[in-house]
Design a protein around this ligand. Sequence first.
Ligand code: AHM
Ligand code: MG
Length: 337
Amino acid sequence: SNEELPSTDIITLTRHVLAQQFQLGAIATGDLTLLLTAIQTTSKFIATNVRKARLINLVGLAGNSNVQGEEQKKLDVLSNDIMVNSLRASGKTAVLVSEELEEAVIIEDKFKGKYCVVFDPLDGSSNIDAGVNIGTIFGVYQIAPGSKGTISDVLRPGSEMVAAGYTMYGSSCNLVLSTGNGVNGYTLDTALGEFILTHPDIKIPSRGKIYSFNEGNSMYFHKPVVNYLNSIKYPTTGKLPYSARYIGSMVADVHRTLLYGGIFGYPDDKKSKSGKLRLLYEAFPMAYLTEQAGGVASTGHGRILDVVPTNIHQRCPVFLGSRDDVNDLIRFYEEYE
Ligand code: AHM
Ligand code: MG
């Protein structure tokens, strides 16, 4: 009969990354695979907490006490703790930068490894209490040769990252990852507790039909952005206008952009001089994934991955997505230069 048999040869994230590392031969020590195993574990742990948040009173403000008198932690604080603990214990990290922590964490010698991880443990905070998609964003650097792991190991352009990705907590839990060799998407099989390769070799369409901006900020936008948005909303020469989609969770908006194409933007404007999104653990990882998927990621004035950070929490304007769409926007910027 035509009945499809279930596959007996599933490709888990660990298997897939290991296979890619094998191809690199001698350079690969398996350390990155182990680091990614730790990151997968944190994503699974955060995913279960996100799912049961309403039931165990994790939403809302931190500082409430539960019946046992223990402090209830907000989901984003909890997610941060989960990541710091797991990444430290992996023995593979030297420096950690989290959106939730003012200072970088320098890992003590006992646990020190050669990777630095920059992350936003739970991005999209305004969406948490409404049950809308949220996610974890991460980027990985390797410490410079001879370095013991200092802040300068993460104040480097995004182009020097060795891996980047995000996990989206939505109707399913999806981990999207690049180790510098294309982009792959994995879906958590909750019964197995494994991320299974479901979206191999993601490529962004060269042009899309969707734009994703917080247009509520329009009165603050600079001219190039205003003119660009008008050009796609009121097209000339018989083209159709673009559709608007804006979730307000970067992970969800970027995920859709990677799969469907189009443009996602969070510009700098008259109110927010550098935009809103953080360079190290929001803009860089998403720009890295976008480029690896064949798209373009720009500040409007240049390539995001070329920006050299001076501060771990600095902000950066972000435009990313389909090659043709982002290049259209860049042309509007060039008119004003
Ligand atoms: P957060 O780190 O406080 O969650 O803010 C980051 C989020 C991004 O996920 C999203 O792209 C953006 O903020 C949305 O901002 P706004 O509500 O201004 O549109
Ligand atoms: Mg954030």
